[in-house]
Design a protein around this ligand. Structure first.
Ligand code: NAD
Length: 507
């Protein structure tokens, strides 16, 4: 049973979606045509040409109104998200609503400071000749292409940042969750945003491609490695700046000196939150042999106690997409065929009608199995016994992905040293990986998990062009070049660079 289908009628594509909870049909939506995409750009250019002159205080006021609207409309947002994803209500509230409000409050408070002109103190002899400022100019139109696993937050978070910094946004949400994507435009309309400043275009990869063809001033892409590569190729050809937030296969390392109960809770939460469909979800758990049995018993008991349900109150909800359910099933079957053992779960949930995979504990896994190599994105607690921490770290780094990871030890200095040697964009110690949710820090993957940053000061400013403006204090021409001018330059070099005190003072 497919969760979305695209019907072709009279040169139009109609996107039809069904709820993963029970296959109930949701809305039918007309996909944007190439012409629609081009027209959206014309409208966005016009809107942005005015918006970039709107004082930052007024932009902040719009975003503050948006926060009020999101808060007032939270039940509607939750309902739409649940209908398209089958998430437990608490996850819809925490991941989609709380995170959106938190992002607005955070960036509104810092936007003025981060977008203000910066006076740069020049070093060396140049400081006597020139002054410099860096100004943060909006780029223009930001194309935002997003996935289905955080269908509202992953679309609205970049829009918040790019609007505050003076840009217009065109969003292409996933074809799996189009209604949650449409909510973004709807919330901005309700907040009184200028017309066409935020537009959402519905459709599949073709619409995503057309979005890039129209040459936005930056692409912010979140999705799979395979599509990220295509987006990078297309942006590369057109010389469009881009950021890529891609998939992961996050490792958890459980040291001998960890608090085993807490580590087991972290393992289950990290693996099963959002039914495992979390880019920084825990997908591989390496446990040292001396504590292995105790850890496995704890993790198995917790997993067995989880409530999976299609009701609002549940611990683990649905898999949002039938294609993903097939991938989870394939990875588990491949692992079992190669010798892995299921301790709990291990199949689709036979007592629920929709797309539900049972919370599962699987052991005796190794790196020959897909479940330890490819992104599974399911509620699977996947545990491997290792001799010691050294072996755990070697295996943790043996992956083409490098998004996040987590280390469990009661020795924080050791944990920090281990974090430094993990080849990932971020790492948690004694916590499940959740650096996307911390707006203070830049978020970005290493290896095939991405390029560039979102969030934090770095991510926020990446929606701007940092433009140095140099102000001459003295006319810079030293023509004509003469023996004397050459000698003066030599003397200056000697004075500034041969003298340790001068280097320290002016370096
Ligand atoms: P996907 O790559 O299939 O699709 C992502 C988006 O790209 C969709 O909107 C899709 O329509 C669009 N698209 C498809 N082909 C395109 C093309 N040729 N040009 C432009 N756009 C195109 O990914 P998905 O299955 O929707 O999302 C799941 C993936 O996203 C997982 O790998 C997950 O780890 C990753 N993810 C990463 C992060 C992060 O921050 N690193 C966050 C969430 C999800």
């Amino acid at each position: 049973m497919a969760i979305f289908t695209i019907k072709n009628t009279d040169n139009k594509k109609i996107l039809c979606t069904q709820s993963p909870k029970n296959f109930a049909p949701l809305n039918e939506i007309e996909c944007a045509t190439k012409e629609d995409v081009a027209n959206a750009f014309i409208r966005a250019r016009e809107a942005q040409s005015e918006w970039k002159h709107v004082p930052i205080q007024k932009r902040i006021e719009l975003l503050e109104r948006l926060a009020t609207i999101i808060s007032q409309q939270k039940e509607r947002i939750i309902d739409v998200v649940i209908s398209e994803t089958g998430k437990p209500k608490q996850e819809a509230l925490s991941m989609e609503v709380y995170s959106a409000l938190d992002s607005i409050v955070f960036y509104c408070k810092r936007a003025k400071k981060w977008l203000a002109d910066e006076s740069i103190k020049l070093h060396g002899p140049m400081r006597f000749l020139k002054k410099c400022k860096v100004i943060y100019k909006p780029r223009g139109i930001i194309g935002i292409i997003t996935p289905w696993n955080g269908p509202f937050i992953l679309s609205i978070n970049p829009v918040i940042q790019c609007l505050l910094s003076g840009n217009a946004a065109i969003v292409k949400p996933s074809e799996v969750t189009p209604l949650s994507g449409q909510l973004v435009e709807e919330m901005f309309v309700l907040a009184g945003a200028p017309k066409n400043l935020v537009q959402v275009l519905i459709g599949d990869g073709e619409v995503g491609e057309a979005l890039i063809t129209n040459k936005p001033d930056k692409i912010s892409f979140t999705g799979s490695v395979a599509t990220g590569r295509k987006v990078a190729e297309q942006c590369g050809r057109l010389l469009i700046p881009f950021s890529l937030e891609l998939g992961g296969k996050d490792a958890m390392v459980v040291c001998e000196d960890s608090n085993i109960k807490e580590a087991a809770q972290g393992a289950v939460m990290g693996s099963c939150m959002n039914a495992g469909q979390y880019c920084c979800g825990t997908e591989r758990i390496y446990v040292t042999e001396s504590i292995y049995d105790e850890f496995v018993e704890e993790a198995t008991n917790i997993t067995a106690s989880l409530n999976q349900s299609d009701q609002d109150i549940a611990d683990v909800g649905a898999t949002f997409w039938d294609k993903q359910l097939d991938i989870i099933d394939d990875h588990v079957k491949d692992a079992v065929a190669k010798g892995a053992k299921i301790l709990v779960g291990g199949s689709k949930n036979p007592s629920l009608k929709g797309l539900y995979y049972l919370p599962t504990v699987i052991v005796d896994v190794d790196h020959s199995m897909k479940i330890m190599q490819e992104e599974t994105f399911g509620p699977i607690v996947c545990i491997m016994k290792v001799k010691d921490e050294e072996e755990a770290m070697r295996l943790a780094n043996d992956s083409k992905y490098g998004l996040n990871g987590n280390i469990w030890t009661q020795n924080l200095n050791k944990g920090l040293a281990m974090a430094r040697s993990l080849d990932t964009g971020a790492c948690s110690i004694n916590d499940m990986a959740m650096s996307y949710g911390l707006n203070e820090v830049p978020f970005g993957g290493l290896k095939e998990s991405g390029l560039g940053f979102v969030n934090g000061k770095e991510g926020f400013r990446s929606y701007c062009h940092a433009m140095p403006v140099v102000i001459g204090k003295k006319p810079s021409s030293i023509y004509p070049y003469t023996q004397k001018s050459y000698h003066q330059l030599e003397q200056a070099i000697k004075l500034f660079f041969d003298n340790k005190l001068f280097r320290k003072l002016f370096g």
